[in-house]
Design a protein around this ligand. Structure first.
Ligand code: ANZ
Length: 810
C-alpha cells in the first residue's frame, strides 16, 4: 500500500492545473458567472502567516464549490503594492521601494501558489506598475472633470516622524498608526475626493446589500446621519446688540429651553470678532493648546472637560434668555456648523462642562413630564417641562413643533448632517501614483491630458521625508509645460493615498491587460458585480466605502453600467481573525505561525482543512498548534479508504442513508460558509460508512470533499481512471457536477421554535431541525414578528439552538 505522499501529489496537481490553464477565466455569456474576490494583499516584507491564509482558503473553497455547480469562475489575485511600508523599508535598507516591493511580491506569489487556489495568474495586477497606475490617474481625472476631486486648504493630521499627512483613520488615539508618534494639526492645501456627495446613497444602498450586519452598522455609523435643525442665535456683546449671529446644528431642538450656554469649536472664525478684550489672552492660549490635539482625542468622551469664556453672549431664540458663549475642544469645526447649543440637563458632555464651570443646569425633559433632577443628565426622549407652551408634549413632537415655529420667524430650519468627511487623498510621499495635475502661471491648475498618462514616478529622487513631497527634488519631473498654452508649468508633487489604487482594482481584474481602457465594457459587464468578496472586518469603513463611492461615481458617469445600483460587491464575507495564545496573530506581537513549514510537514490540503476546522469562519479563533495533525490523519484515512476501495455493484442501505445525509449537510454548510461543520460531517461519514459502496456513490463522496481538499480529490479521482474505461476520470474532478442527494433517504425532523421579542413570546414556527442558524433567523422574521420589528432597532438576536429566537430591541 502506498503512503499518502502529499508532497508529490500537491506538486503534481499544481503543475497540471497550471499547464492546462485550468483556472483561466474566460468570458462565457452562456454560463452563469461567479466573481470570487479576496481583498488584494499588501505585499509586506514579512510574508503570509496562517491568519492570512484563512480568507484565501475560504474564497477558494467557494470558487471551487460554485465551479462544481456549473458556474463560470473569475478568481483573481494581485498586489496593493504602493504605500508607506515599502518606502520606510527602503529608507531603512538604503534601497528603492520598487526593489523592496518586487522582492516581497515574489515571496507572496510563491506562498499564494502553495495554497492550491484556483487563481487565474494571467490576471495578476500590481498597483505600483505604471500600466496599472496610469488608470488610477485616469480615474482621478474623471473625478476631477466631474468636480469630485478638488483642492482645499484644510487642517490635516501631520506625523512629525513620517513627515506626512495622515488620513483621520490613520491616527489612532492621537498617534500615527504606522510609527506611533504623536500627531499634530497643520494647515495645508490638499486634494480631496468629494465622497460626502454620495453620503445618502452610500447609506441607502446598504439596505440592499448581502453583507454582514456588523459591517453595515460600522458603515452607517461612519456615515453618521443625524436629523435635526439649524437654529440661529443672535449675539449680544456686553456693550449691547451686535450684527452677528451664530448658527448651531442640533439633533434636539426639543431641549432648546434648557440651552444655558453655547460652545464654539476653537477654530470657529467668529471667535476673533466676539471675544472681549479682557478674554483675548486666555482664548488665544486655549486655541494654541487645541492645535496640538488630534481629532480622536477631542472626541473622547471620558476626559476632563476644558474650555474658556469669550466674554460674549448669545440670545436663545425660544425665550430670549442671554447665554454665555464659551470655546471648548469637544466641539469640532467640521461637524454641523462648528457651534453647539449646550443643554447640560440632557447631554452628558454639556453636563460635565456645566458642572466644571458652574453653569446653570435646567431640566426640560423627563420620562413623565414631572421634574426630577436626580436623573440628570437625562438623554432619552420623554415629555417636555419648563418649556413654555410646549410643556406636556412628547419630546419627539416638541422637536418638530419648536423647529416649525422658529422656522416661521426665520430662526431655524430642519437639517440633516453627516459625519462623513471628504476623503483626503494627497500624500507628501514618494511611493504612490502621482496626481496628474500641473500648475501654469497663466492657467492655474490644469489636468494632464489623458493621452499623456501615465505621469511616471521619477527615479532621480531621494525619498527620505523632509516635510515636502520627495517628487519636488526631481527637476525633470517638476518642470513641465502647460497642456493648454505650452508655457512654463510645474507638476503637482503629491502622490495619491493607496486607498485610491484599491478603490477600483476589482474592475481592472475583469480586463487587466487592456492598454486602451481601464477595462472594456464587455469585460466589466461579463463579470461585475463581485459575487463574493472575502476579507477582514478591518476594512469595514475605509476601503469598502471608498470602493463603493468610486463605483457609484463611475456608474453616474456612465463609464460602467453593470447594474442599476452601481454597487460593486454583492455579497461580503468577513473572515474571523486567527489568534495565538489569546492575541491576534501578527509579526509585531511575535506570535505568527508560518504556513510554509506546515505545508512542507503536512501539505497544503491539511492546512486548508485546518484553517477551516479551527472555528466558524466568520469568528475569531484560537490556533491550536497540534490541530493540523488531526486533519492530516483524516486525510490519511481518506487516502487509505480509496486505496483499498473496490467498487460494489450497489451501496448498502445503511451507507446510502449516511451518504445522502452528508451530501445534504455539506451542501448546506458550504453554502452558508460553515466549513468547520462541513468538515466535521465528512469526518463522521468516514467513521460511519464501510466499504460497501458503488462507484457512483464513491464518486459523489470525492466531489463532496474536493473544494476543501482539491489536490487529494484530484489524485483519487484520477486513480479511478485506471480501473475504469470511463473518460470522465481523465478529466479534472472540477469538470464534474456537485452531487444531489435523494430526498427519500433524508428524513427531515421538524422542530417548534419560539420567537420572542425582548423575552416575550410573539410567534411559534416549525422549521427543519438541520437548518443553519442564519437560515433559521431569516425564517423567524414572520409577518407577525416583522410588525413588531418595523422601525425598531435590533440590538441583538439571541438564538438558543433548536428552541428560541429572541430579538432584543432598543
Ligand atoms: C443640543 C443638544 C441637546 C444636543 C441634547 C444633544 C443632546 P450627532 O447626534 O452625533 O449628530 N453638536 C453639534 N455640532 C457639534 C460639533 N461641531 N461638535 C460637537 N458636537 C456638536 O450629534 C449632534 C449633537 O452634537 C447636536 O445636538 C449638538 O448637541 C452636538 F440634549 O444640540 B445637540
Amino acid at each position: 500500500m502506498e503512503n499518502y505522499d502529499f508532497k508529490s501529489i500537491e506538486q503534481k496537481w499544481q503543475e497540471r492545473w497550471e499547464k492546462s490553464s485550468a483556472h483561466k477565466a474566460k468570458d462565457n455569456p452562456g454560463k452563469e458567472k461567479f466573481y470570487c474576490l479576496d481583498f488584494f494583499p499588501y505585499p509586506s516584507g514579512e510574508g503570509l502567516h496562517v491568519g492570512h491564509w484563512r480568507g484565501y482558503v475560504l474564497s477558494d473553497i467557494m470558487a471551487r464549490f460554485y465551479k462544481l455547480h456549473g458556474k463560470n469562475i473569475l478568481h483573481p489575485m494581485g498586489y496593493d503594492a504602493f504605500g508607506l511600508p515599502a518606502e520606510n523599508a527602503a529608507i531603512k535598507a538604503n534601497s528603492h521601494p520598487q526593489i523592496f516591493t518586487e522582492k516581497a511580491i515574489k515571496r507572496f506569489r510563491k506562498q499564494l501558489r502553495q495554497i492550491g487556489a484556483m487563481y487565474d495568474w494571467d490576471r495578476e495586477i500590481n498597483s505600483s506598475d505604471p500600466k496599472y497606475y496610469q488608470w488610477t490617474q485616469w480615474l482621478f481625472l474623471k473625478l476631477y472633470e466631474a468636480g469630485l476631486a478638488f483642492r482645499q486648504k484644510a487642517p490635516v493630521n501631520w506625523c512629525p516622524t513620517c513627515q506626512t499627512v495622515l488620513a483621520n483613520e490613520q491616527v489612532v488615539a492621537g498617534e500615527c498608526e504606522r510609527c506611533g508618534a504623536k500627531t499634530i494639526k497643520k494647515e495645508l492645501t490638499q486634494w480631496f475626493l468629494r465622497i460626502t456627495k454620495y453620503a445618502e446613497r452610500l447609506l441607502e444602498n446598504l439596505n440592499k446589500l448581502d453583507w454582514p450586519e456588523r459591517t453595515k452598522i460600522l458603515q452607517r455609523n461612519w456615515i453618521g446621519k443625524s436629523d435635526g435643525a439649524i437654529v440661529k442665535f443672535k449675539i449680544r456683546m456686553p456693550e449691547g446688540n451686535s450684527q452677528f449671529s451664530i448658527q448651531v446644528f442640533t439633533t434636539r431642538p426639543d431641549t432648546l429651553f434648557g440651552a444655558t450656554f453655547m460652545v464654539l469649536a476653537p477654530e470657529h472664525p467668529i471667535i476673533q470678532q466676539i471675544t472681549t478684550p479682557e478674554n483675548i489672552d486666555a482664548v488665544q492660549k486655549y486655541i494654541e493648546k487645541t492645535r496640538q490635539e488630534s481629532e480622536l482625542f477631542r472626541e473622547t468622551v471620558e476626559r476632563e472637560k476644558t474650555g474658556v469664556f469669550t466674554g460674549a453672549y448669545a440670545i436663545n431664540p425660544i425665550n430670549n434668555s442671554r447665554i454665555p458663549i464659551w470655546i471648548a475642544d469637544y466641539v469640532l469645526i467640521h461637524y454641523g456648523s462648528g457651534a453647539c447649543m449646550c443643554v447640560p440637563g440632557h447631554d452628558r458632555r454639556d453636563f460635565e462642562f456645566a458642572k466644571k464651570f458652574k453653569l446653570p443646569i435646567v431640566q426640560v425633559i423627563s420620562p413623565d413630564g414631572k421634574s426630577n433632577d436626580r436623573i440628570l443628565p437625562y438623554i432619552e426622549p420623554g415629555v417636555n417641562l419648563n418649556s413654555g407652551h410646549y410643556d406636556g408634549l412628547k419630546s419627539n413632537d416638541a422637536k418638530r413643533k419648536i423647529t416649525e415655529d422658529l422656522k416661521k420667524q426665520d430662526l431655524a430650519d430642519f437639517a440633516t448632517k453627516y459625519r462623513l468627511r471628504d476623503w483626503l487623498i494627497s500624500r507628501q510621499r514618494y511611493w504612490g501614483a502621482p496626481i496628474p495635475i500641473v500648475y501654469c502661471q497663466k492657467h492655474g491648475e490644469v489636468p494632464v491630458p489623458e493621452k499623456e498618462l501615465p505621469v511616471l514616478l521619477p527615479e532621480d529622487v531621494e525619498f527620505k521625508p523632509k516635510g515636502e513631497s520627495p517628487l519636488n527634488q526631481s527637476k525633470k519631473f517638476l518642470n513641465t509645460t502647460c497642456p493648454k498654452c505650452g508655457g512654463k508649468a510645474t507638476r503637482e508633487t503629491d502622490t495619491m493615498d493607496t486607498f485610491v489604487d484599491s478603490s477600483w482594482y476589482f474592475l481592472r481584474f475583469t480586463d487587466p491587460k487592456n492598454n486602451q481602457e481601464f477595462a472594456s465594457d464587455k469585460a466589466i459587464n461579463a463579470w461585475m458585480p463581485v459575487d463574493l468578496y472575502v476579507g477582514g472586518i478591518e476594512h469595514a469603513t475605509m476601503h469598502l466605502l471608498y470602493a463603493r463611492f468610486v463605483s457609484l461615481a463611475l456608474s453616474d458617469f456612465k463609464i460602467v453600467n453593470f447594474d442599476k445600483s452601481g454597487e460593486p460587491f454583492k455579497k461580503l464575507f468577513n473572515i474571523g481573525l486567527i489568534y495565538l495564545h489569546g492575541a491576534k496573530m501578527s509579526k509585531s506581537r511575535g506570535n505568527v505561525v508560518n504556513p510554509d513549514e506546515l505545508v512542507s510537514k503536512y501539505g497544503a490540503d491539511a492546512l486548508r482543512g485546518y484553517e477551516m476546522f479551527v472555528g466558524p469562519a466568520d469568528q475569531d479563533s484560537e490556533w491550536q498548534v497540534s490541530g493540523i495533525a488531526g486533519i492530516y490523519r483524516f486525510l490519511e484515512k481518506i487516502w487509505r479508504f480509496f486505496e483499498d476501495f473496490r467498487p460494489q455493484s450497489k451501496t448498502s442501505a445503511k451507507n446510502a442513508v449516511i451518504i445522502n445525509q452528508t451530501i445534504k449537510k455539506v451542501t448546506n454548510d458550504i453554502s452558508n460558509f460553515q466549513l468547520n461543520t462541513a468538515i466535521a460531517s465528512l469526518m463522521t461519514l468516514f467513521n460511519k460508512m464501510n466499504s460497501e459502496i458503488s462507484r457512483d456513490d464513491a464518486k459523489k463522496i470525492i466531489i463532496l470533499f474536493s473544494p476543501i481538499f482539491p489536490h487529494l480529490a484530484e489524485e483519487i479521482w484520477s486513480s479511478f481512471a485506471k480501473a475504469s474505461e470511463d473518460k470522465q476520470y481523465q478529466r479534472s474532478i472540477f469538470s464534474q457536477s456537485w452531487p444531489k442527494y435523494e430526498r427519500s433517504m433524508v428524513k427531515e425532523s421538524k422542530i417548534n421554535l419560539a420567537i420572542q421579542i425582548n423575552g416575550k413570546l410573539r410567534d411559534i414556527i416549525q422549521v427543519n431541525a438541520s437548518l443553519a442558524k442564519s437560515e433559521i433567523e431569516k425564517q423567524a422574521q414572520t409577518p407577525k414578528i416583522m410588525k413588531h420589528l418595523s422601525n425598531k432597532k435590533i440590538l441583538k438576536t439571541i438564538y438558543v439552538a433548536g428552541k428560541i429566537v429572541n430579538y432584543v430591541l432598543k
